[in-house]
Design a protein around this ligand. Sequence first.
Ligand code: B4P
Length: 187
Amino acid sequence: MVIFGAPGSGKGTQSDKLIEKYGFYHISTGDVLRDQIARKTEAGILADRYISEGHLVPDEHIIKILGDVLDENREKMANGIVFDGFPRTVNQAVALEQMLKERGSEVNAVIGLEVDEDELIARLVNRGKTSGRKDDNPETIRERLVVYHDSTCPLKEFYTKNNKYRGIDGTGSVDEIFERICKEIER
Ligand code: B4P
């Protein structure tokens, strides 16, 4: 499944709970990139520039990284995968379909966490006080939201067309939101 939403919508927070309950394998492309940046790999150095400016890492780069993660962790994925922060563009969604097809699988559901913009900004500014993330400052947060509207939002239509998108109210307590997600998954 894909957990989908704007920056600050709670994708990472809810993914942790999904892994605990269902034993899914978690792939957060944001975490993978931050790990590469910390290890100063070639991929990390390239990604750092885009992330610091609030832009998306180029599709071909992130698609290659994701393919490597899928190949290197195949035996851990028997219970399914939760993709967190991928896909973020229609090109990435098409690539994901192809990569999963080649591995005899497919996306079963896309859970969209729907949160209004004021709340998103408040959450990220708040996280910025302690996260140490270069992209959690007001200016970069605003840029990330513009990028989300321009490049990532069209995916809603992409997954609605093939009847996989399930929008969830992403406001309230973490447990309340998790309950809504579980209902959708079990349905
Ligand atoms: P990510 O790490 O995916 O960052 P994000 O979109 O900000 O989401 P995140 O998971 O961190 O936040 P969450 O909603 O869980 O990506 C970082 C960057 O990497 C991107 O901007 C991009 O440059 C690059 N990148 C990643 N994937 C890419 C891709 N596929 N293609 C190209 N580039 C890519 O939570 C946010 C905060 O809200 C937390 O502090 C949490 O505690 C809080 N929160 C959660 N639920 C809450 C609730 N119910 N109430 C109150 N607060 C809540």
